[in-house]
Ligand binder design. Structure first.
Ligand code: NAI
Length: 294
């Protein structure tokens, strides 16, 4: 399989990095998966391998393809092992200072032509790249959760990004079976900007006591046709990821009142009740299934 990027680094082996590593390996790239928590990489590899085994059982991947993918997905024990990658996709925490520090460290040892992509949900790509030696090699590459199933990826040029970088990322998205969409470098890009009207507003409706969250979810699914209600989506994304996104968009729009984050979300986050991954969010989860109140 000939791909745009033969060797790809993925930093952050959480929900997003895991999915990106999976589809990159499926596209034929050799993938080096790195996380500051080495157990996170081991867990991610186990889960991805199990995913490929399931696809094989369902007849959607042949044995040779599964073997090839498994051989191409490698655990990196240090960030430096990503030195030879033509593309590195960052999917770590949603904090500007942490992402800037990450790219500054990475830039020191990757090749001059390497493309450095951030999966940020809301931060400015221009701000992440500011102060780097080669901001022209940095772009936004915003996937959605779960990555293998959500087929759109926003490709975002920062102020200094070379257009060829975005062209390459768009071509590679297609090779991974995804549809690239060019978005401007604005807070939340397209989906998370439009999504304020879904998540933030639903939290406001619940906090005003108009209806409880399960009713709001049910109505938006049954009557409006959304696949997931806003609270199901918040549980899937997890508040430790989505609340910082809400805060970041609010700040970047100069505290525009309609983007104001919710105290309900802040309090739940403080209490560690973040969503599916903590076993409880707006819903409780038993064996991965939401317990919907009557
Ligand atoms: P997560 O919390 O599941 O995983 C983040 C991983 O990054 C953790 O395993 C953590 O140990 C690791 N990490 C933290 N700092 C690191 C560093 N300096 N170097 C290497 N690894 C590091 O988070 P998730 O959900 O995967 O999100 C990651 C990024 O993707 C965030 O920027 C988020 O805003 C964005 N995103 C999240 C979506 C979602 O629905 N969860 C959707 C689209 C984008």
């Amino acid at each position: 399989m000939q791909t745009r990027y033969k060797t790809v680094g993925v930093a952050g082996a959480g929900a997003m990095g895991r999915g990106i590593a999976q589809i990159a390996a499926q596209a034929g790239s050799r993938v080096h998966l790195y996380d500051t928590q080495s157990q996170a990489v081991a867990r991610a590899r186990d889960e991805i391998f199990a995913q490929w085994d399931r696809l094989h059982e369902k007849g959607r991947m042949d044995a040779t393809a599964v073997e090839g993918c498994k051989a191409r997905l490698l655990a990196a024990g240090s960030l430096q092992e990503l030195a030879g990658c033509e593309l590195v996709v960052e999917a770590i925490v949603e904090r500007l200072d942490v992402k800037k520090a990450f790219f500054n460290e990475l830039e020191a040892f990757v090749g001059e032509d390497a493309v450095l992509a951030t999966n940020t949900s809301s931060l400015s790509v221009t701000a992440i790249a500011a102060g780097m030696k080669r901001p022209q090699r940095v772009a936004g590459y915003h996937f959605f959760n779960p990555v293998p199933l959500m087929k759109v990826v926003e490709v975002i040029a920062g102020l200094k990004t070379d257009p060829s970088v975005c062209d390459g990322l768009s071509q590679y998205a297609r090779e991974m079976g995804h549809t690239p969409v060019q978005a401007q470098d604005t807070p939340g890009f397209i989906v998370n900007h439009a999504g304020r009207g879904y998540g933030t507003e639903a939290l406001r409706i619940a906090s005003e006591g108009v209806a409880d969250f399960a009713t709001i979810d049910r109505i938006l699914k049954d009557q409006v046709g959304f696949k997931l209600g806003p609270f199901e989506l918040l549980d899937l994304t997890a508040l430790d990821v989505s609340h910082p996104v809400m805060e970041s968009i609010y700040r970047q729009y100069y505290e525009e009142p309609r983007y104001r984050p919710s105290n309900i979300a802040a309090q739940r986050l403080a209490g560690g009740v973040v969503g599916r991954k903590s076993g409880e969010g707006f819903y409780r989860y038993v064996d991965g299934k939401a317990q919907v109140p009557d």
